[in-house]
Design a protein around this ligand. Structure first.
Ligand SMILES: [Mg+2]
Length: 179
């Protein structure tokens, strides 16, 4: 049997790119510091990547599915590690008022991918800038990283969550883990 693989579940806005709230214009996509270099290193290290993004703006009529996809393609072009960088992408279209079954903090997407792609939950991380990202990861029993430029903000009651101020710190943490 093949060994179970390691994977990163990545939030998009505020984690990989600047959070512009209901982004619809691909020309406004800006990668956050270190994303390109760090993902290149992590890819070489053998991690799989999954994109997991709440996109309630589509349901709210603030942007279209095509626009969100165009922004994702632009992000992939800027990262420049291939259009197939993400093994699978989940765009959860529900809103806070009317959540869909995949909307974070639901762990459903992560749980399905763990099973489908034979991932090792002990070697998978959910990485995001919101407590709902962390909660989705915790509910799927994988490990969690909260991206917070001002790390004090995060509540004290999730000591098992690693807090990183940027993606360079994420990379260091994940590489420490591998050793
Ligand atoms: Mg976010």
């Amino acid at each position: 049997m093949l060994p179970k693989r390691s994977a990163l579940f990545l939030d998009r806005d505020g984690t990989l790119i600047e959070d512009l709230h209901y982004l619809s214009d691909p020309s406004k996509v800006r990668l956050l510091p270190g994303i390109r270099e760090c993902l290149a290193t992590l890819k070489k290290d053998g991690w799989l990547f999954f994109l997991f993004s709440n996109q309630s703006g589509i349901r709210r009529g603030l942007c279209t599915f095509e626009q969100v996809n165009a922004c994702n393609q632009r992000m992939l072009d800027l990262i420049d590690l291939g259009r197939d960088l993400f093994t699978k992408t989940c765009l959860a279209l529900g809103t806070a008022e009317e959540p869909c079954e995949y909307r974070k903090p639901s762990p459903k997407f992560i749980l399905e991918c763990l099973e489908t792609f034979h991932l090792n939950p002990n070697r998978c991380w959910m990485i995001g800038d919101k407590e709902t990202d962390v909660e989705a990861g915790q509910r799927a029993h994988i490990r969690t990283i909260l991206m917070q430029p001002q790390s004090e903000i995060f509540s004290k009651n999730s000591p098992q969550t690693v807090v990183c101020k940027d993606f360079f710190e994420v990379l260091n943490r994940l590489r420490e883990e591998k050793r």
